[in-house]
Design a protein. Structure first.
Length: 371
């Protein structure tokens, strides 16, 4: 089809980056249009699009365009081929109605393309309500909460992260029934709104946005959300349902407060969890006193007993946890010290930064039989 003729030349590095960005949304179902990247050449800009309907990504790149037009090319195959080309300019050229020729120095590949007319129309958001914050801040927020989202589909709403948007802040919440992560950040917003965004989408957002102070713009409209960062747009469907009132899960006070060095506790728990895993339950026990935290774990293969210095206010306490849940938190905390707050040996522990509500992690303990 004449209107789909296309020819352009661009740098391999730019092309590979653009393909790698949109490829994250391409479907893994082969022999369908959804496995393709749609190239659209207009003037001196190439737009790349990929979608699996639930997630859609669009990005732009500069190129020397000889002929405008469209082409739909299988994403996985294309990415692997371009990645193995030498570091030089790459030229795309439509060959007849069904093929595209891709050349780089002495290499030439001809790929079958699909009918670009069958590629789904990208969503358009109307009456968008927006919030802005630095890309580096959003990336950190996602990475510090994503691990706590539910993996199984028993409660689909928990496989997403809650975005609690207020006039001057964004709070992201993830929980799976065993732990909860709450991360708050100042933001520029004209709206107050709550929505739940799939964890898969946010994992891709985190990979695509950069460690820059340049803002990412988040738009919400109907059942869709749009993330705009630089020349890339990421569209996603929102999850339907009512999210748990996370504020009600956070204890208002505590009976025991422990200040501890983050890395010292993390290193000790990693050693203890080696034996805890052998016991098939990954349980570690804490015994808290005024200036000491004793960590123990036991299995048929042996036992471990470590003591680390802490500053404690309140009552002595014995409590047990799944080591993985505590380590997941400590690996995502940037501060050198954390505050761990407890009430009883069977109620949740809250991990937070002293004198700040920037983050709060809630971890359920493991209930043990009386020894």
């Amino acid at each position: 089809m004449e209107e789909h003729d296309m020819q352009f030349t661009c740098a391999k590095e730019d092309l590979l980056t653009a393909i790698g960005t949109v490829n994250r949304a391409a479907s893994k179902m082969q022999k369908t249009i959804l496995e393709c990247i749609l190239f659209s050449c207009v003037e001196d800009v190439i737009t790349l699009r990929a979608t699996d309907i639930a997630l859609s990504i669009k990005t732009e790149m500069n190129a020397q365009i000889e002929k405008t037009g469209d082409a739909a090319i299988p994403a996985k195959l294309l990415y692997e081929i371009i990645g193995r080309f030498p570091e030089s300019d790459v030229t795309f050229r439509s060959v007849g109605e069904n093929s595209v020729e891709i050349s780089c120095l002495n290499s030439k590949v001809v790929l079958q393309q699909m009918n670009a007319d069958e590629f789904p129309v990208f969503p358009e958001l109307e009456n968008k309500e927006q919030i802005k914050l630095p890309q580096c801040a959003l990336r950190t927020m996602i990475n510090q909460t994503l691990f706590a989202a539910a993996v199984n589909e028993d409660k689909p709403i928990l496989t997403g992260l809650l975005f609690d948007i207020e006039k001057d802040s964004l709070t992201i919440v993830a929980l799976d029934g065993y732990r909860m992560a709450v991360r708050k950040q100042p933001a520029i917003s004209d709206i107050s709104k709550k929505c739940v965004i799939p964890a898969r989408t946010l994992r891709e957002v985190s990979r695509i946005i950069s460690e820059t102070e340049e803002n990412v713009k988040i738009s919400i409209s109907g059942n869709m959300a749009l993330f705009e960062a630089g020349n890339t747009e990421i569209y996603t469907r929102l999850l339907e349902g009512e999210y748990i009132n996370y504020r009600n899960l956070l204890p208002a006070d505590c009976a025991t407060s422990v200040k501890v060095e983050t890395n010292m506790l993390k290193d000790s728990l990693e050693r203890a969890s080696i034996l805890a895993r052998e016991g098939n339950n990954n349980v570690v026990k804490f015994e808290i006193s005024e200036k000491n935290l004793e960590i123990t774990s036991n299995s048929e293969m042996g036992n471990i007993d470590e003591q680390i210095p802490v500053l404690t206010e309140g009552k002595d306490l014995k409590i047990a946890f799944n080591a993985k849940y505590v380590l997941d938190v400590l690996k995502n905390v940037e501060e050198s010290e954390v505050l761990m707050q407890y009430n009883t040996g069977v109620s949740p522990c809250v991990v937070k930064q002293e004198n700040s509500d920037a983050y709060e992690y809630l971890i359920l303990p493991v209930q043990l039989r009386e020894e």
